[in-house]
Ligand binder design. Sequence first.
Ligand code: B12
Length: 246
Amino acid sequence: MEVRVVQLEDKIRSYLENLGFEIYPFKVGWYNEAVPPAFHLPYSENALAFVVLSTPSMFDKAFKPFLRNQLLKKIQDPVDQCISYHLSVVRESLTDKQLEIMYDYEMLPNRKPKFLAQTAAHVSGAAYYYQRKDVQMDPWGAKKIYGVCVHPRYGGWFAIRALLLFPDVEVPFLLQNTPTDCVTTEAERIELLEKFNFHWQDWSYRDIIEVKEKYSEEQKTYFATPPAERLKLLNLLGDFQRNAIH
Ligand code: B12
């Protein structure tokens, strides 16, 4: 990779990794080859992008300090506010470059997601995306089965938060990393997809492989709470400024 691209990547990573995020570079063309035209990212195929993941430590390293230090807006999800705050810091540190930031929850006017987070995670080598077609003898008949990404270190204990896309930074020679295929047998893949589709609330799909680190009980309680009640819960946890709820 070219020096300036390595520097760009190092700069973004050195800020985000201390906060519990990981970034993985990819070329827009790799993503566009995997999806039909309706989902194409409308940029040059050689344009550089990064997929941004939150790992289990994001909750302690970024989210709790954010709650203590920033004023929360009532209308937007607190974790989303924390992530967009930190990505805006990244943007401000790179004012010489055009940068598109896309969040996992953003939709286009046609109600399709702005980007398919799991496909981006797979093509960047971050986390293998297991889909129904990765199972040979599929037992599900006419049921709709959603696919799921598994991270080699965190299993399912992570989230795909955003894309950072640099329309003017072209990386024709970027080398592609294949994601680690960590759920290799047919039986395990079936178990994974069943758990993700029919039992996702019990968290079990996230433990399909042995993991290095997972969400704490506190973090699980937070994410298991319906979004509308999360602010109240945070008050109970005492993690945020008294004036922040106003
Ligand atoms: C809409 C949505 C939902 C909807 C519909 C799900 C769906 N997959 O369609 C609902 C509400 C059901 C849902 C539920 C959940 N979701 Co959801 N959801 C999304 C969201 C916003 C968009 C997904 C989407 O619309 N996909 C469209 C379909 C058509 O895409 P697709 O099935 O992948 O098909 C494409 C690929 O197959 C690709 N393709 C074709 N061939 C090939 C070949 C290769 C090699 C590759 C890589 C790709 C590829 O082309 C297809 C498009 O034509 C994503 C975030 C995002 N921006 O992507 C999160 C996301 C998928 N959800 C996620 C999660 C965790 C959940 C829940 C567990 C709830 C939760 N948040 O805790 C549940 C679990 C599912 C269930 N049992 O209900 C995570 C998954 C993380 C992971 N490890 O994979 C995501 C990525 C959010 C995140 N921030 O991390 N979700």
